[in-house]
Design a protein. Structure first.
Length: 275
């Protein structure tokens, strides 16, 4: 799962964790087949209903797979990330695919370096679980989206069951110390409605994972991969993480639940409607 944060985070120690995790993960992350899964990318792009004249922004773009997917459908596709190593991978991807209508920026998700209403489409995929202040990040996405434009948020989900959500987040925090919290679907939907947007449409899918490949691509707390392996193994009985964990031969198969939420920024703002 994915990305980002910012130099201006209220918790500098968390920002350093993000830089450490994604600096080390960048090359392997960019090569991950699940990141570039064409069907999953198509779900996200189609949710935004892009037009050829649109300009899109992917916040916390990581190695650029979402930006590249939008580039085929819009006039210009822009990506922003806080980790230079990820941006290097994104530029390599665009060059490898001979994509000329992209640009990438280093920046802060809490203070996007763009003017208000600069983009018809604003997206963020697999990043909100790294954000300490999701409402603040979402507010910035809304600010730079044009009226009538589309906001798309995709992220992994915590189970609705509080005990399973707590167990899942404990595992993820150990697996990737830059994780803050995976939220429930209702928590993510609330970001839209609290900001005055229509309730977003919802599309669900799952991202499969295999224990050893997941561990190999992770940099867990204190380098303790054995603890991570035990946590995964112990989750099978009772499906403690809500990840449909099951044993197969000498490994464990799991899947991350994910959702794509999209809504349209009102053409008339609440302030305008009141005046």
């Amino acid at each position: 799962m994915m990305q980002i944060l910012n130099a201006g985070s209220p918790d500098a120690s968390h920002s350093s964790k993000v830089q450490d995790q994604f600096g080390r993960q960048a090359e392997a992350f960019a090569a991950s087949p699940s990141l570039h899964n064409a069907d999953a990318l198509a779900l996200l792009v189609d949710a935004a209903q892009p037009s050829p004249d649109d300009v899109s922004l992917d916040v916390a773009c990581g190695p650029g797979s979402v930006v590249a997917a939008f580039a085929a459908r819009v006039r210009r596709a822009v990506g922003l990330d806080a980790t230079e190593a990820m941006l290097e991978q994104a530029r390599k991807l665009a060059a490898a695919q001979s994509i000329s209508n992209t640009e990438f920026h280093h920046g802060d998700v809490y203070a996007l370096p763009f003017a208000a209403e600069s983009f018809e489409i604003v997206t963020c995929r697999f990043a909100f679980h790294h954000f300490e202040e999701p409402k603040r990040a979402f507010a910035e996405m809304l600010r730079v989206c044009r009226r009538g434009g589309c906001l798309v948020l995709c992220d992994g989900l915590a189970p609705d069951d509080p005990a399973k959500a707590a167990a899942f987040n404990r595992m993820e925090l150990h697996r990737d110390p830059s994780t803050v919290e995976f939220r429930t679907v209702s928590g993510l939907v609330h970001l839209f409605t609290a900001a005055g947007l229509p309730a977003p449409s919802q599309q669900f899918y799952r991202v499969p994972a295999e224990r050893e490949r997941l561990i190999a691509g992770s940099f867990p707390a204190n380098g303790d991969r054995e603890l991570l392996r035990r946590m995964i193994d112990d989750s099978v009985d009772g499906d403690l993480f809500g990840m449909q964990a099951r044993r197969e031969k000498d490994t464990v198969l799991l899947s991350y639940p994910a959702v794509i939420l999209n809504s349209q920024k009102p053409v008339v703002s609440p302030q305008d409607a009141e005046s």
